[in-house]
Design a protein around this ligand. Structure first.
Ligand SMILES: [Fe+2]
Length: 285
């Protein structure tokens, strides 16, 4: 069993590093933690970085998950190879570029590049966003799946994720008490489907709705409230078509024994209890 501790970062290729940096700082509200050749690192919480844009093909994406022990990397690699996944052992240079001590990389059954990492860097320097978006931290990702049942089995049987709720057949998966850290959405292709940052309050969601609308950032869903996690949310489009989300008030599942997963409908009402309708292809039938 691969024991995922947390989602640590997302890495995104872009042809327009300056444009992506402008969006990530002036619109999304992240802080540049470091600029290196062809790479910009962004901070959203106490960690050294939680988002990295690098010069490259926007199809080059990776999501990094922290594991607890270095030995877990070798046992995970052995388990993944046994299941037929090609596993890449990170070089010291690649680990340094991710600000981790060690990592391995592989593709999940849909073809999403996943990195398992050990000892990500934390920073003593407090996160201070370029605008006051109220961000409290990077929290979860949406992942495209080309076969929901197969991928749910991968994340829940090979890894330690558990189903919190389902929207249609799409599972919202938790790896700790937070309602979901990975949200799976059926698609014809792999890819990171959305990137979530938590904000302090519903007021922050509404402030950003106004701020981003005035600046012609395309709104793709919300403001609304998820019946699954109970979070108030806003989804909007960033560079290279990537969807970003702010949300506040995500449910915490403190008692595993008392919690039962729920089935929600794969329609606008299953995604939003305020009546907002998604303009996100993966959220539509
Ligand atoms: Fe989300």
């Amino acid at each position: 069993m691969i024991k995922l501790q947390d989602v640590s970062y997302v890495r995104l290729g872009t042809r327009d590093l300056e444009g992506a940096t402008h969006f990530a700082t002036d619109f999304l509200g992240l802080e540049v933690s470091e600029r290196a050749k062809g790479t910009v690192y962004f901070k959203s919480d106490e960690r050294e970085h939680t988002l990295c844009y690098f010069e490259g093909d926007p199809a080059e994406q990776a999501a990094g998950f922290e594991i607890a022990e270095r030995d877990d990397l070798s046992s995970a690699a052995a388990q993944l190879e046994k299941l037929g996944h090609d596993v890449h052992a990170g070089t010291p240079e690649e680990a340094a570029a991710r600000k981790v001590r060690d990592f391995i990389a592989f593709k999940d059954p849909s073809g999403n590049r996943i990195e398992l990492l050990w000892r990500p860097a934390y920073s003593g320097k407090r996160y201070h966003g370029m605008r006051d978006a109220g961000i409290t931290g990077f929290s979860h990702i949406g992942l495209c799946t080309t076969n929901v049942a197969r991928d749910e089995a991968f994340w829940t049987q090979v890894c330690n994720a558990r189903v919190s709720d389902r929207i249609g057949d799409a599972p919202l998966l938790r790896i700790d008490e937070i309602h979901h850290t990975i949200a799976m959405f059926p698609a014809a292709h792999p890819g990171i489907q959305h990137i979530n940052h938590q904000v302090e309050s519903g007021d922050d969601v509404m402030r950003s709705f106004r701020f981003l609308t005035e600046r012609q950032v395309p709104m793709v869903f919300g403001p609304g409230r998820h019946p699954s996690s109970s979070a108030k949310f806003l989804y909007f489009e960033g560079p290279d078509g990537m969807v970003f989300e702010y949300s506040s008030g995500v449910r915490s599942i403190a008692d595993e024994l008392l919690y039962r997963e729920r089935q929600l409908s794969f329609d606008p009402a299953g995604f939003c209890e305020w009546g907002s309708k998604p303009e996100i292809p993966e959220f539509q039938k």
